[in-house]
Design a protein around this ligand. Structure first.
Ligand code: SAM
Length: 221
């Protein structure tokens, strides 16, 4: 069980998330109930409790991010799991590489799991980019979403010891087939070809650094 969860997003988005936590008892009650001391800290752009902390920060501004994580007493010596789902793709390749490089330098025992687009150089990928641009979503980091190798290179060239990546179609085909059949029945999945194309354009990439020799590089599918 993780000791503590830290979540980071832009200050404006965090303010909305905190508002939702404060106004929805199913979200606020577990925080209050599991909180042992009276140190629950809450302001417009951050919330800190024993097991969950949310911080408003721009992940491209590493000095400020570092200050805020220190203020909320993150312990970089503990084994730490970083998760990002469709976040790095919104930063330029230089910015996301700087971020993952800083993490590799600061957290000696860590795993980073990144889920986002891949194979964006084909026709389907171009249509995805155009659709997102039409909704004012600019994928500044799309150059690192060309292939599994470009996804892996971001970590390999930033101080991570070992890196793996799989496209989600491969992951989907590795799931127990009876579960796949059950999900497809539940979802009334008749557009199988579209699902396959979508899954081919998302990937999971995981990188490790393992100073404590926990065997993190053996974790996989
Ligand atoms: C497509 S959404 C994915 C949702 C995300 N997985 C979550 O759990 O909230 C992308 C998220 O990344 C955040 N984001 C993008 N660029 C960021 C940055 N430079 N700093 C902090 N958050 C950022 C956005 O505000 C948004 O919440």
């Amino acid at each position: 069980m993780p000791k503590k969860f830290f979540e980071v997003d832009f200050p404006m988005i965090v303010a909305r998330k905190i508002h939702n936590i404060k106004t929805k008892p199913p979200l606020s009650k577990p925080l209050i109930e599991t909180h042992s001391t009276d140190s629950l800290l809450l302001d417009g752009h951050s919330l800190d409790s024993d097991r969950y902390c949310i911080i408003g920060a721009d992940l491209r501004d590493i000095p400020t991010l570092e200050d805020k994580l220190k203020k909320f007493q993150i312990n970089p010596e503990l084994p730490t799991l970083f998760l990002s789902e469709c976040v790095l793709v919104y930063m330029s390749p230089e910015q996301s590489s700087r971020l993952v490089h800083w993490i590799a330098e600061t957290f000696p025992t860590a795993m980073f799991i990144n889920y986002e687009q891949v194979n964006m150089n084909d026709r389907f990928g171009h249509i995805m980019i155009e659709n997102l641009q039409r909704r004012q979503c600019n994928l500044a980091g799309v150059d690192l979403c060309q292939s599994l190798d470009s996804q892996k290179d971001r970590f390999l060239s930033s101080g991570w010891e070992s890196v793996n990546a799989l496209d989600m179609m491969t992951v989907y085909s590795m799931l127990p087939q009876e579960d796949v059949a059950r999900i497809e029945r539940l979802e009334f999945l008749d557009e199988k070809e579209l699902l396959q194309q979508l899954l081919q354009h998302y990937c999971i990439c995981w990188a490790v650094k393992d100073k404590l020799n926990l065997g993190l590089s053996q974790i996989g599918f």
